[in-house]
Design a protein around this ligand. Sequence first.
Ligand SMILES: N[C@@H](CCC(=O)N[C@@H](CS)C(=O)NCC(=O)O)C(=O)O
Length: 205
Amino acid sequence: MLPILYSYRRCPYAMRARMALSYAEIPVEIREISLKEKPAHMLQVSPKGTVPVLVLPDGKVIEQSLEIMQWALQQRDADGWLSADPQSTALLIAENDGAFKQNLDRYKYAIRFPQHSAEDYRQQGELFLAKLELHLQQSAFLIGNAMSLADVAIFPFIRQFAAVDSVWFEAAGYIKLKLWLQSLIESALFQGVMAKYPIFTDENA
Ligand SMILES: N[C@@H](CCC(=O)N[C@@H](CS)C(=O)NCC(=O)O)C(=O)O
């Protein structure tokens, strides 16, 4: 029996989990869900109801994307994604998952957050883009001289930020960030985890 990954193709948290599992060459049964109709088994093993959720054959459940990544890399880490400085990694990912993600959501769905304009939220988000740009002026990767956990954990969120208004993003600076983003988007790793699956429902389980 394979581990089961409850996933949602376009979810950035699920993307980073799928990328780590794929990199670690861990075969999983991908169960693409509908966020509006979550499978009963998923909610039974993980009542919080977010994806990704990994269910291991021994029944262990890992229900945070970063923990899924870490678990995968502990199984196999051929290119040393875990070799980058752990403290810098944790800080950068925490900023991504915290303030940046909040600004990303507000920028993307500005109509639901009328206190400020989309441009204001975008400017707040740009603080993080500028920080990443500085990191990438030192090296082609966010931390150290090689791809690491931080690149893969953060990349899907930057991709989403860039896509909110691609005309704006194209015209913006962030030269190194654009190169970094493009090379991750074009990578076989990312393309491989964006395959489409039929939706898994209780009816077709
Ligand atoms: N902290 C969680 C966040 C996961 C998350 O928020 N996923 C979103 C989709 S991108 C979700 O499942 N939301 C539940 C819903 O929309 O019903 C993780 O890192 O795995």
